[in-house]
Each structure stands twice: as C-alpha cells, then as structure tokens.
Design a protein around this ligand. Structure first.
Ligand SMILES: [Zn+2]
Length: 162
C-alpha cells in the first residue's frame, strides 16, 4: 500500500486528515506523514490505529523464509534441550553407579569397643560382619530372641488398639 492509496482510502471513507486523526486518537501530522510515503508500513502504530476506521489490508504475515528460520531455531533449541537432559541423566546414572560401588570404612562398634576398620560392602555403609550381609538370626537362641521381640511388639500393638 502506498501513501497515495492510503489517502484514497481515507477520502473514500469521507474523512479529512484531521477527522481521521481525531477518530483514532493520533496526530494529524501522522496521517499526512504516511500519506506522503511511497510505502506505508502497515505495522506502524499510527497506521494500525487508522485501520480501526479505514478498510486497510491486514498486517502482512511473516514471509516463508522468516517462518523457516523460526522453525529451525525452535528445532535447534529442542535438540539442545534434549542433549542437556540426556547429559544430566547420564551424570545421575554415573553417580548412582559410583554410589553402588563405593566402599567406606565400616565404623561399627566392635566387641572391643573400637570402630570396625573393615571396608563396607559396595554401596553399603557396613562391612560383611556388621549387617552388610545379615539375613537374620541363625542360631536357635538367636531365632528365639527375635521371635520373643516380635511377640512383644505384637502384644504392644494389640494393647494400643484395645
Ligand atoms: Zn564392620
């Protein structure tokens, strides 16, 4: 749209430059400015105001090359985000693997009263003698002791219910 075309549209609408300016709340000079331009920028603020009362063409859509560029940028951003997330989960996996293999000083209290100096089982805090491999009581006395403790716990629980 040229400035001359804009002027023609305004005149066809029966509006003077001043009348148009007043109707849409812009300065009269803004109207005359755009009407003298060889190309009217449809996206300009004053022109967009004029479009409220004049049948101006719609704001031109972004042309194909620009749209393609935006799509490419979006795709690249998504690729980078995916790569970052993959890197983070790799670090997390490596940390979990390292933690599963980590061996620390057991430190459990021994019968002598000193901290156990053996290395813990991989990924555990205690050595194989101090709980790391415990699968429960083995001796008849040990088994009976556990049973008795559980009976007492059960009785306490029942008593609290009643
Ligand atoms: Zn130990």
């Amino acid at each position: 749209m040229t400035g001359a075309e804009l002027a023609a549209i305004r005149k066809a609408a029966g509006l003077s430059q001043t009348a148009l300016a007043k109707r849409v709340g812009i300065g009269r000079h803004a109207v005359s400015y755009w009407e003298t331009k060889s190309e009217v920028d449809r996206r300009a603020w004053a022109v967009d105001r004029m479009a409220e009362v004049l049948p101006l063409p719609d704001i031109p859509r972004i042309t194909r090359p620009h749209a393609g560029w935006a799509d490419k940028l979006e795709a690249e951003t998504k690729t980078r985000e995916a790569a970052f997330r993959a890197q983070v989960s790799k670090w997390e996996r490596q940390q979990a693997e390292a933690a599963a293999k980590r061996r620390v000083r057991c430190g459990a209290k021994t019968r002598k009263g000193t901290p156990c100096r053996a290395k813990s089982l991989p990924g555990k805090r205690r050595c194989k003698f101090h709980g790391g491999m415990s699968t429960g009581a083995r001796t008849p006395e040990g088994i009976e002791r556990i049973r008795e403790a559980q009976r007492r716990r059960w009785a306490r629980w029942k008593a609290e219910r009643e």
